[in-house]
Design a protein around this ligand. Structure first.
Ligand SMILES: [Zn+2]
Length: 61
């Protein structure tokens, strides 16, 4: 078996497409939900406190 870039040609299965809710490339085609905002899994947008803190620290600089 070949290691490295040439063997990556086998990985042609699309797992994620662009999510229509959060716009990220995280919508899973097999599970039918977005891994970034949980679109398709819940009506509420996936959000955590640490994300809010991280955004606050990022934009407060
Ligand atoms: Zn999403």
């Amino acid at each position: 078996m070949t290691k490295g870039t040439p063997s990556m040609g086998k990985k042609r299965k699309i797992t994620h497409i662009r999510c229509r809710r959060c716009g990220r490339h995280s919508y899973r085609l097999d599970k039918k939900y977005c891994s970034a905002c949980h679109y398709g899994l819940t009506t509420k947008i996936r959000k955590y406190a640490w994300q809010t803190i991280g955004a606050f620290l990022k934009y407060s600089k």
